[in-house]
Write a protein of this length. Structure first.
Ligand SMILES: [Zn+2]
Ligand SMILES: [Zn+2]
Length: 177
């Protein structure tokens, strides 16, 4: 029995997941900004084998990461252009879904115990980072495989323009995890 399902805008490509996401990444990197055309990607990560395409055949665009030199595959609908999910050379057992394609957006939750926000150094000025989540300026694990130390905002944190004053009325506090 699928626990959740999703599809592209035109409905030609559909997928189902057999298990809930392992965790959720909120990614503010430039790659995710390009691919979503938006401020950041909300990416529930599933075991690769638990996600199945149930209708249509997604087209694959293979992108080589400048950072790691590894490729990742973007699976999108050639009819309407919606990107549905991606798979990774570096993490072959995982599959990252574009959360906007879920039939029920409430099917996944973002909580401190299951989610992190990454690449916030490239977050847009008006982006608001969530409190309580492990937060990383860049990747959570660097190209050499070394885990990076997170920090945690104590309250919602508006990124603001680089070098500008804090947004009025919002506390600036954060602490290392
Ligand atoms: Zn489509
Ligand atoms: Zn990203």
């Amino acid at each position: 029995m699928p626990v959740l399902s999703g599809g592209c805008l035109c409905g030609a490509v559909r997928y189902e997941a057999r298990s809930p996401p392992l965790r959720v990444t909120l990614c503010h990197c430039r790659f995710c900004q390009h691919v979503t055309g938006s401020s950041h990607l909300v990416e529930p990560l599933f075991a690769r084998d638990d996600l199945q395409v149930t209708a249509g055949v997604p087209t694959v665009y293979r992108h080589r990461s400048e950072g790691s030199g590894k490729h990742l595959d973007l699976h999108f609908c050639a009819v309407c252009g919606t990107t549905l999910f991606m798979t990774f050379e570096r993490f072959p057992t995982l599959c990252g879904v574009y959360a906007g394609t879920l039939d029920d957006p409430a099917a996944i939750e973002v909580r401190p115990d299951n989610a992190k926000q990454v690449f916030v150094a490239s977050a847009r000025a008006e982006a608001v980072l969530l409190p309580g989540l492990d937060t990383f300026a860049g990747p959570a694990i660097d190209a050499a495989g070394v885990p990076q130390a997170p920090f945690v905002h104590d309250a919602p944190h508006r990124v603001g323009r680089r070098g500008s004053e804090p947004f009025p009325g919002e506390p600036e506090g954060s602490h290392p995890r």
